[in-house]
Design a protein around this ligand. Structure first.
Ligand SMILES: [Cu+2]
Length: 281
């Protein structure tokens, strides 16, 4: 069922893409000029859920692909406790809660540029549109790689998070030039993915809910030949890193720099089911 939902999302994304081609011309004709009076504010309809679906349409259901700059009223319905409806682009960022549902009326003024509406929890749930003509499209997802940071062994005086592997070079005087820029890890995270559709993340043997910001070593136990392990920020311009590929099974060790905010560790091959959220404070 969850796999079917994931496939549906891809099909939906494809459908949005096709709709872009089909409707771009007519939409531009219909809304060639911005509303000139506040009374004439055009109404758009946003929806997310209840299944793996998101849309932004005109009241007649036609997908929005191209708008003239100006004020719009967007009637948003969030029907899912696992999705948000987040619209953003130049000068605009407005979102519903992921866990909440409800109907909302937003008054938004769009300016020239590329925009996206998406779920904050699922990158693959999105659509894009342009405001003004000849504008660069919104590139989605606007993902930057998470910086993998060289990890120095913990100083002798701190509680070691590793074991014998790091103790031999724990003398700070003899660490060598390569470790001048290295950062001592705040701790060792252990992520386990599979063999069923599960992911766990622990620190010191306890499930991670909130951790302080900093560099962590992370050991990935990938027990599935179908699931990858990916970690990312939940942010306007998220960063992401794939820690293990779908086909890979075994153990990998790397490091990640966790910045303040919400984070997600998940499998991109089954993002709807295999996902875990945590907070970095
Ligand atoms: Cu979602």
């Amino acid at each position: 069922m969850k796999l079917a939902a994931t496939r549906l999302s891809k099909r939906t994304a494809l459908a949005v893409g096709i709709a872009t081609i089909v409707f771009a011309g007519t939409a531009a004709l219909r809304f060639g000029a911005a509303p000139s009076h506040a009374d004439d504010t055009a109404v758009l309809v946003g929806n997310v859920g209840p299944d793996f679906t998101i849309s932004l349409t005109y009241p007649d259901g036609t997908p929005v692909t191209q708008l003239a700059p100006g004020p719009y009223q967007i009637n948003v319905t969030d029907q899912a406790t696992v999705h948000s409806f987040h619209i953003e682009g130049p000068g605009v960022s407005q979102a519903t809660d992921i866990s909440g549902t409800g109907s909302f009326t937003w008054n938004i003024t769009f300016t020239d540029g590329g925009y996206v509406f998406h779920c904050d929890q699922h990158f693959t749930l999105y659509g894009t549109f342009q405001v003004g003509t000849g504008q660069p499209p919104m590139v989605w997802p606007p993902v930057a790689p998470i910086v993998s940071v060289p990890v120095a062994p913990p100083p002798v005086t701190t509680v070691a998070t590793g074991t014998a592997a790091t103790s031999s070079s724990s003398s700070s005087a003899a660490t060598g030039s390569a470790q001048v820029t290295a950062t001592a890890p705040r701790g060792r995270l252990i992520a386990t993915v599979g063999p069923a559709n599960t992911v766990t993340l622990t620190l010191g043997g306890k499930p991670v809910t909130t951790v302080p910001a900093g560099v962590y070593s992370i050991t990935v136990n990938d027990r599935s030949k179908k699931l990858d392990t990916t970690i990312r920020t939940i942010a306007t311009f998220p960063a992401t890193a794939q820690l293990s590929t779908a086909a890979f099974t075994g153990t990998k060790k790397t490091s990640v720099k966790l910045t303040t905010g919400r984070w997600k560790i998940y499998s991109s091959t089954n993002e709807g089911s295999v996902a875990l959220f945590f907070r970095v404070s």
